[in-house]
Design a protein around this ligand. Structure first.
Ligand code: NAD
Ligand code: ZN
Length: 466
């Protein structure tokens, strides 16, 4: 027995030492800086946290019964202005009325929310003293509702308390939240599965967010019928989000190379690095994207393709919600935050907007060319899933091959030709780099550490794609 214990201890020490010799040794990450390190350099465990998910065409009509089963008496229904006029919200309202649930509607969600739009929703939630929430919409709505639930449940907290460090204080959420049912209407963010809420922090003109398992929805009702209303560009951009969630989480730094090892499990970040369970969801989501994304964009009546993309969004959400994302997302936050005049087609909003999925995918060819030298097999495997013939490809060509495969996909779907086409020029690169630097929560999960010069070069390489 003692011999076995000694052997296990020896093996663990060896593993630990092997992890410390990795080129990513310099990666440090802490959700709440200032907490004493546990003494261990890198983590040795990962945790999977996922919302309950119910999938089925028409399943939204069950929402009233779910709320009744939870004993909810006073419900907040959140959505955005466009969706408030569309069937997904109508179906929810009918179900609430049919089941005798009292509710108030908040339809002021901002598409690509900001700190002030979050605060407006939080005020509404505080005043309403709700005992449950239903979010009907895309990531913008689901994220706004998570924040409203969090701060209404923690009324004495300052807004920055729970916001990711270094912009906010990244405090752990210790208060109990109300039940939240998320009904996604886009096929992209996977927000129905994750403990993440993203917003644009207007003072710095960059996106950041709140990341805690505590804010994940209680239940996600994944109803493919809602996808039939989505305009083509929303299908494309939200599909690119699924693509990047899958690619980034699969190529992220492995969890056992991330440091520090938390001294208390509550400090283990939601984004932990790639891990064997997230890998399965990421690869499966990628296969679906390869098969169905183009069809879903091109044909609004293709229920098979749109249903599959709706599932892929949840699958990739389960993967990245626990593994994390890295450079495409880290660099996307200033790309959308610093938007000048670009207005995306099919987005019914009165402000300039670079949709999230577009802001992540435009840098993907440059990013994966840069990261591939760390885990070339994984990069090659994803290129193959996306349709590249990799039978004779050398490991050192994994990056360029994946990049070409991505460029071809974007070209086939008429995506804007790089950052230049959405209003950026070389002169903007220092500001884009500056906006990426505070995104350590994700950029440090990139398999390859990056300097400011590297980031500049990645933005420059993303100015034109074709
Ligand atoms: N929480 C997370 O884990 C996570 C992950 C990725 C992205 N995000 C965030 O989510 C936001 C983007 O969300 P999104 O891409 O889902 O889009 P969205 O919620 O911003 O909606 C985009 C547009 O599509 C419309 N729309 C949505 N569903 C529709 C439907 N079925 N029919 C017709 N119109 C519809 C909306 O009204 C809006 O105009 C960004 O703020 C992004 O940063 C969050
Ligand atoms: Zn995303």
């Amino acid at each position: 027995m003692a011999a076995t214990r000694a052997r296990v201890a020896h093996l663990l020490r060896l593993l630990q030492r092997a992890a410390c010799q990795c080129p990513a040794h310099s990666h440090t990450y802490s959700q709440a800086p200032g907490l004493p390190p546990s003494g261990k350099t890198t983590d040795y465990a990962f945790e999977m946290a996922v919302s309950n998910i119910r999938y089925g065409p028409g399943v939204t009509k069950e929402v009233g019964l779910d709320l009744q089963n939870m004993g909810a008496k006073n419900v907040c229904l959140m959505t955005d202005k466009t969706l408030s006029q569309l069937p997904p919200v109508r179906v929810v309202m009918d179900s609430l009325v049919r089941n005798g649930i009292n509710f108030q509607v908040y339809d002021e969600v901002r598409v690509e929310p900001t700190d002030s739009s979050f605060m407006d929703a939080i005020e509404f939630a505080k005043k309403g003293a709700f005992d449950a929430y239903v979010a009907v919409g895309g990531g913008s709505t689901m994220d706004t509702c998570k924040a409203a639930n969090l701060y209404a449940s923690s009324p004495n907290s300052e807004f920055l308390d729970y916001v990711n460090a270094p912009i906010g204080k990244g405090k752990p959420v210790l208060v109990p939240l109300r039940p939240l049912i998320a009904v996604p209407t886009t096929s992209g963010t996977g927000s129905e599965t994750t403990g993440v809420a993203i917003f644009d922090y207007e003072h710095l003109k960059v996106k950041t967010g709140i990341a805690s398992r505590a804010i994940k929805p209680t239940l996600g009702l994944v109803d493919p019928l809602h996808t039939l209303h989505m305009p083509g560009q929303v299908v494309a951009n939200s599909g690119f989000d699924v693509l990047c969630h899958a690619l980034e989480s699969y190529t992220a730094l492995p969890y056992h190379m991330r440091s520090p090892c938390p001294s208390n499990p509550i400090m283990r970040p939601a984004y932990q690095g790639s891990n064997p369970i997230s890998d399965i969801w990421a690869v499966h989501a990628l296969r679906i994207v390869a098969k169905y994304l183009k069809r879903a964009v091109r044909n609004p009546d293709d229920l098979e393709a749109r249903s599959n993309m709706h599932l892929a969004s949840a699958f990739a959400g389960i993967g990245f919600g626990n593994a994390g994302v890295h450079l495409c997302h880290g660099m996307s936050y200033p790309i959308s935050g610093l938007v000048k005049t670009y207005k995306a087609k099919d987005y019914n909003v009165d402000h300039p907007l670079v949709p999230h999925g577009l802001s992540v995918v435009l840098t993907s060819p440059a990013v994966f060319t840069f990261t591939a030298q760390m885990f070339p097999e994984r990069h090659l495997e994803t290129a193959e899933i996306l349709g590249a013939d990799t039978r004779t490809t050398k490991r050192q060509d994994a990056g360029p091959v994946l990049a070409d495969t991505l460029r071809k996909l974007l070209f086939d779907l008429n995506v804007d030709n790089g950052l230049a086409a959405i209003g950026y020029s070389k002169a903007d690169i220092p500001a884009l780099v500056k906006g990426t630097l505070p995104q350590e929560r994700v950029t440090k999960l990139a398999p390859r550490p990056q300097s400011e010069e590297d980031l500049s070069a990645l933005f420059e390489a993303s100015m034109k794609l074709y």
